[in-house]
Design a protein around this ligand. Structure first.
Ligand code: SF4
Ligand code: SF4
Length: 234
């Protein structure tokens, strides 16, 4: 996501929500006195931004159902192989192949990695609008499954990636074993970030998300092994 897109998203967000001026600058990359506080919760290493001058962490809580920006401004919905089966069944397709043909598209995108490189990913993604094409990948589209009350029309079989926002996650080789990491993605769309001197208010959330994030990583790597996508790093 480009800096210009983040700026536009934040501008839209601030029409409806109050954003702390420090967080505003941080999201735009103007507040740079930040360190990475690593916290291991079960099988996941969370990277929480810490602002030494303020003596505060950047934490998050979800305002749903008052907010459903992540469904309104969804960039893409990559599917795991488990998603393909479960969402296909949920949408009453007899065959997964028919679901894939009618409801998904294949798109490739690249993104920076936490180690400063680039990853190129090809995914089978759920169409967010019925006539979505590869050219729409990465653009903001209000998801067709979002209902009038902010609910998801295919819940509980919604894509695994929908349970992840606003975290982004990756796995790294650590002494021959995969170690799952997670951090926040600051796209300018989420009003839930706040500053706090203590991590206490987020401990329960991190505990819940640790399991979700770890499971999602395992499903994603299984998806690549199953041949429903590819990933290359540089
Ligand atoms: S954008 Fe943030 S606050 Fe809003 S529903 Fe999504 S995660 Fe929750
Ligand atoms: S599938 Fe459901 S949870 Fe995911 S973006 Fe669409 S409405 Fe939101």
């Amino acid at each position: 996501m480009s800096q210009k897109e983040i700026q536009e998203s934040l501008k839209l967000l601030e029409k409806d929500w109050d954003v702390d001026p420090i967080l505003h600058d941080f999201v735009l990359g103007k507040y740079t006195d930040v360190t990475d506080f690593s916290l291991i919760v079960k099988d996941v290493v969370f990277h929480i931004p810490y602002l030494p001058k303020e003596k505060k962490y950047i934490l998050w809580k979800c305002y749903w159902p008052d907010c459903h920006n992540c469904c309104d401004r969804q960039g893409r919905l990559p599917l795991t192989s488990d998603d393909l089966i479960q969402i296909g069944h949920g949408m009453k397709y007899q065959k997964t192949s028919d679901f894939v043909k009618e409801e998904t598209l294949v798109a490739t995108h690249d993104e920076p990695t936490p180690s400063g490189g680039f990853s190129v990913m090809t995914n089978v993604s759920l169409k967010r609008k019925i006539d979505e094409t590869e050219n729409d990948d990465g653009t903001h589209i209000s998801c067709r499954f979002l209902d009038g009350e902010g609910g998801c029309g295919i819940h509980p079989t919604r894509p695994g990636v929908c349970y992840m926002y606003p975290f982004s996650t990756w796995a790294q080789n650590e002494k021959g074993r995969p170690r799952v990491h997670a951090t926040f993605q600051f796209t300018g769309d989420c009003p839930g970030f706040y500053l706090s001197e203590s991590l206490d208010s987020m401990k329960e959330v991190l505990d819940d998300y640790s399991t979700t994030i770890y499971d999602y990583n395992m499903k994603s790597s299984r998806t690549l092994k199953d041949g429903f996508g590819s990933l290359s790093m540089s």
